[in-house]
Design a binder for this molecule. Structure first.
Ligand code: 5GP
Length: 124
């Protein structure tokens, strides 16, 4: 079930204002509130999809193509296409997904270091 009260749903509905750095028919993009790199942008689809799992299973071909193209356009708009960047989609509990609306992180502006850190903290 899609939770319409999540913060990204509120950005899309306009209930909570957000400074959009990009918008088209399929997606919007905005800066992450807690940046983990010099450039840290989130791109979200306009449709109500909880996660990559949900989106990849249920979105139309047009929505999927539109979303992927939007991510590419934002990366070029930010002039990251020459220097390089990293895309990250967290999915579910092990992925560490916090907001239940699909979002792709775009990181850039510096060398990004190790790709993945595994949390080895013992479970309590
Ligand atoms: P996740 O862990 O779900 O992949 O990433 C969620 C991201 O959303 C985090 O990087 C977090 O900083 C960002 N975020 C959470 N709440 C807000 C908000 O209210 N505004 C913005 N711009 N980013 C947010």
């Amino acid at each position: 079930m899609y939770d319409k009260s999540n913060i990204f749903a509120k950005f899309l509905s306009g209930e909570v204002p957000v400074k959009k750095i990009y918008e088209d028919e399929y997606a919007i993009a905005f800066n992450d509130i807690n940046p983990q790199a010099p450039v840290h942008v989130l791109v979200i689809p306009k449709g109500e999809y909880t996660s990559f799992e949900d989106f990849s299973a249920k979105a139309s071909d047009a929505e999927i193509a539109g979303y992927v193209r939007a991510i590419g356009k934002v990366s070029r708009q930010l002039e990251l296409d020459k220097s390089g960047y990293r895309l990250l989609v967290n999915m579910g509990a092990n992925g560490g997904q916090e907001v239940p609306h699909l979002h792709t992180h775009i990181f850039g502006g510096a060398k990004l270091g190790r790709m993945v850190t595994v949390d080895n903290t013992p479970k309590s």
